[in-house]
Each structure stands twice: as structure tokens, then as C-alpha cells.
Design a protein around this ligand. Structure first.
Ligand SMILES: C[S@@+](CC[C@H](N)C(=O)[O-])C[C@H]1O[C@@H](n2cnc3c(N)ncnc32)[C@H](O)[C@@H]1O
Ligand code: SF4
Length: 488
């Protein structure tokens, strides 16, 4: 198997209506984070451990421009809704210095293996976890290493994440980030109700603390400031949600990013069924109304709202991934990398411990847990799923990347989405309509690789949605081990 081959489970055809409904049914997982359950859906494309270095080098060879993501797995406390790779906070002090040494070692391995000085960096996110928790000299060392490792695209802006507690309590650190060249900062607020925040295990100190955080961020010089908010929690009313949105607006964030709670693999997984798709949709609708009224912009389905004209609000790193399907190199615990032909996951995400990542790096090998070839349908599905972060697929960049028009490659799916009023043409893009924005999980699933669609079809129903007769028939056929072929 290589990236030109197709596994049998990727050779089936699944009717658009069936894939669409399966996406809606599993709206907690059918989203822009692609693929779903890679251990199962991508198993046929797994690369042998002994081939990790050779395949990685080959896959990156033809990649001239890329984004860089560096993962910092430290937080003051672990929020119980969080899906990210964060180590036990009790180990932070002992682990931090060693972790940054390992990161530099990983950078060095890639520099040699990929001949990185020949490649141009187009975006750079320092994410986590809470990277702002780390010592400033560590962040500075990583930036210095990245500068010496790649050609730097002129104007490239580095982005970093902080919590309100750090931004409010350590103004000198926020100023140091700006001075070392970081130009975008994102702060997680999530919810602004004390009792809900406490239930979520969130260290929330009230609105005055948020105000202080923002004052420090502005005083440091940041003009690109984002607030993250979350919706879809059990026990979060639509009124709570409106209140959080109004507070974020009052704080005059340049951008507000809305995250629908993804339950899978989090401490709140058992609550997934308590939140209906109808409530999620109501929350999406009110958020859009409130933010548009306040002068923020985003097309339907886009998660980041911006009040700066012509600025999408996301970091350079994310914008290039979304609009162009730009390859990215992920460094650090559990980080993911994409070359268009391969998808790789670093070690340490499962156990949320540094040791498995450290062991292989110390032996001089890439700290990969899993490496997969991406078949053409899987690579396209990855690009399209990420595109829906902006609520649209850029048709010009899709064609440039894959040498075929989206409408040709996905003829039945595009016909279905246009006929149902879910997608419409907008400039160079095929974009979600207002109607499509409310059913985005179904629209995204239309473009998944067949193996992933099949996985969605076979998963037990965990969300309270009425199934159509057609999808019930499809599920019965799947149960009998038959193919689902193109009806509807
Ligand atoms: C890597 S976190 C960094 C933010 C920072 N550590 C903080 O919490 O203030 C980025 C964002 O992901 C979102 N997030 C975390 N867990 C999530 C989940 N299970 N589903 C959806 N979004 C999630 C939150 O909005 C969070 O601010
Ligand atoms: S939401 Fe932010 S602060 Fe909370 S555990 Fe996740 S990364 Fe850490």
C-alpha cells in the first residue's frame, strides 16, 4: 500500500443523502477535525514503524511551503471538557525545561531529514495547552530555532494562546511575547458564568479579571486579539450563551471564535446525549445574530468572527491550512503533521505523558506514534473538512492542489448540496448557505473518504435524531455486510 493505492473500503460509493444524514446523526464527531477514528478508518494505510523516517522524508520532498505548529502541553489546571494533549499539571515544574530541550531536538531532526532551509514557512502557531504558561526564554528559543530552520515568508505572523489568568496576572510576560515578534494572541474564555465555569473545572475569576487581561494584551501592543467561546455544554442555557457572547463583545476582541463542544474522549463524554442538535442550532443562530449586529463578520458556518475588514481573524498558520490545504509540520507531544500524501501523529497524545515522546527522540528517531499514507480521497477529504472551518471550499485552490475541479470529483455530492440549498457559489468558493450552516456536520460528511463515511454509518446512534427511512435501510444493509450504493 502507498499513497497511490486505494483500500477496498475506500472503493465503495455511498449516496449523498445517506452520508449527509450520517453526518448529522453524529454531529458530535462529524466536523472539521478529520479523519474520524483513524486507528480504524485509516488502518489499511498505516506505515510500518521501520519506514517512518524514509516515508516522512519522501512525503516532504516536494513540499515548498508549509505551516509550523508547536505544541506546549502545560496548563495550570486541566479543564474537564478539554480535548487537547495536556499533561498532569502537578508535573509541569519538573517537566518544562526537559520538554523544551526535546522540542529543539525534534526540530533539529527535521532540519536534517527534510532539508528545511530550502522550504518557506508561511504560518507559525504556538499552541497547547497553554503556551503562555511556559517561561518566556523557552518560547523565545523555539522561535529562534524556527527562524534558523526555515526561510521565512515576509510578513508571517506568529500566534500564541493564553488563559485570562496569565494575561491578567503577568503583564510583563504578555509584553515579552509581543517584543519577541508574536503578533496575534488568543485567549480562552469559554463561558462567563461562574457556576458553569466551576462545573467545567475552569479557573474563572470573573469579568473584572477578563478586563484586566484585555488591558494587558492591548498595553503590550497586540492588535490581533481573539477570544474563544464554547457552546453545547449540558447545563448551559441559550441565555447563558448570549451572556457570554455579549461579554466577549464588551471586551472588544478583534476576533471571536466559537467552538461547539466536542465530547469524544473528554471528561464530559457521558453528557454528549444531553445536548440536542436543535439546541446546538439555536445557539449557532443566536450567536450569528448577536455578532453580526455587533459589527463582526463571518460567512455562514465559519467559526471565527472578525471585526477587522479584510482580516479572516485566524492565524496565518490556520488561514493557509483552511484556504489552500497547506501542509503543516506539527512538533511536540501528540502534534499532527500533514504533507498532502501522509498524515502523522506524534507520540504522547493517548497517555498525555512526555515519556513516550522523549524515549524515541533520545534514541535519535522521529517521535511518531502513527504515520498513514493518505489516499487521494483521504487527502481531498482532509483539505475539504478543514476548509469548512471557514464555511467554504476554495475551488481555485482545490483544483490547483488536486488537478481536478471539485464539481467533477464530487459530482453527485455537489449536485445534492446545491439542490438542497446547502451550498451556493460565492466568488471562488462553494460556500455554506444559512441553511447549510445549520447542517454543516452533514455537509462536511458528504466529502469524507468512503471508509470514514462507512464508519459513521456503522456507529451506533448516540444522538437523538429521527432517521429517514432511507438511512434506516442503508444501516440495515450495512448490518448485513452489504455495500451501500448510490441511491438517492
Ligand atoms: C488549545 S485550547 C487553548 C486555550 C487556552 N488553553 C485556554 O483554555 O484558555 C484552544 C481552544 O479549544 C477549545 N476547546 C477545548 N476543548 C474543546 C472541546 N472538547 N471541544 C471543542 N473545543 C474545545 C477552547 O475554546 C479553547 O480555548
Ligand atoms: S481548555 Fe485550555 S486551559 Fe483548559 S485544559 Fe484545555 S488547553 Fe488547558
Amino acid at each position: 500500500m502507498d499513497w497511490n493505492s486505494l483500500a477496498p473500503e475506500d472503493c465503495v460509493t455511498i449516496a449523498p443523502q445517506v452520508a449527509f444524514e450520517a453526518g448529522l446523526r453524529h454531529h458530535h464527531i462529524a466536523n472539521t477535525a478529520y479523519p474520524i477514528n483513524h486507528n480504524w478508518t485509516m488502518n489499511a494505510y498505516r506505515v510500518r514503524r521501520s519506514d517512518f523516517e524514509a516515508i516522512t522524508a519522501a512525503a516532504w520532498q516536494a513540499v515548498p511551503t508549509l505551516g509550523l505548529y508547536v505544541h506546549i502541553p502545560f496548563c495550570q489546571a486541566r479543564c474537564n471538557f478539554c480535548e487537547y494533549t495536556v499533561i498532569n499539571p502537578a508535573d509541569n515544574a519538573r517537566a518544562e525545561d526537559g520538554y523544551f530541550e526535546l522540542l529543539l531536538r525534534e526540530m533539529d531532526l527535521y532540519r536534517r531529514l527534510l532539508d528545511t532551509p530550502d522550504k518557506t514557512l508561511t504560518g507559525f502557531d504556538i499552541g497547547g495547552g497553554t503556551p503562555a504558561l511556559a517561561k518566556t526564554q523557552h518560547i523565545e528559543a523555539v522561535i529562534r530555532a524556527a527562524k534558523s530552520m526555515f526561510r521565512w515568508q515576509p510578513g508571517l505572523e506568529i500566534s500564541i494562546e493564553t488563559t485570562p489568568l496569565i494575561a491578567a496576572g503577568q503583564p510583563e510576560k504578555i509584553a515579552a511575547f509581543y517584543q519577541m515578534g508574536i503578533r496575534r494572541i488568543s485567549m480562552g474564555v469559554q463561558v462567563t458564568q461562574l457556576s458553569l465555569a466551576q462545573k467545567l473545572g475552569r479557573q474563572y475569576k470573573g469579568f473584572a479579571n477578563l478586563r484586566q487581561a484585555v488591558a494587558n494584551i492591548r498595553a503590550a501592543g497586540f492588535q490581533k486579539f481573539n477570544i474563544d467561546l464554547m457552546y453545547g455544554f449540558a447545563g448551559q442555557s441559550v441565555g447563558d450563551w448570549q451572556d457570554s457572547l455579549r461579554k466577549a463583545i464588551e471586551l472588544e476582541a478583534d476576533y471571536i471564535t466559537l467552538y461547539q463542544m466536542r465530547y469524544k474522549g473528554t471528561g464530559l463524554q457521558a453528557q454528549a446525549n444531553e445536548v440536542s442538535l436543535a439546541t446546538i442550532n439555536q445557539m449557532k443562530t443566536v450567536a450569528r445574530q448577536i455578532l453580526l449586529q455587533a459589527g463582526y463578520e463571518a460567512n455562514p458556518g465559519k467559526n471565527t468572527f472578525s471585526r477587522l475588514p479584510g482580516d479572516p481573524g485566524t492565524s496565518d498558520y490556520l488561514t493557509r491550512r483552511v484556504v489552500r490545504g497547506e501542509p503543516y509540520l506539527g512538533l511536540g507531544l501528540g502534534a499532527q503533521s500533514f504533507t498532502s500524501h501522509t498524515l502523522a501523529y506524534n507520540r504522547g497524545a493517548g497517555p498525555k505523558r512526555i515519556e513516550p515522546y522523549a524515549d524515541v527522540l533520545q534514541a535519535g528517531r522521529l517521535p511518531l506514534q502513527d504515520l498513514y499514507y493518505l489516499s487521494r480521497p483521504a487527502s481531498m477529504a482532509k483539505m475539504i473538512a478543514v476548509s469548512f472551518y471557514f464555511g467554504e471550499v476554495n475551488l481555485v485552490h482545490f483544483r490547483e492542489k488536486y488537478g481536478v475541479a471539485l464539481e467533477e470529483q464530487f459530482a453527485a455530492e455537489v449536485r445534492f448540496a446545491l439542490a438542497e440549498g446547502l451550498l451556493a457559489y460565492r466568488g471562488n468558493c462553494l460556500s455554506l448557505t444559512e441553511r447549510g450552516g445549520k447542517q454543516a456536520n452533514g455537509v462536511i460528511a458528504l466529502f469524507y473518504a468512503p471508509a470514514v463515511k462507512r464508519h459513521l454509518l456503522q456507529r451506533p446512534v448516540d444522538v437523538n435524531i429521527q432517521l429517514s427511512a432511507q438511512i434506516q435501510r442503508a444501516l440495515r444493509r450495512q448490518g448485513e455486510g452489504q455495500r451501500v450504493t448510490g441511491e438517492g
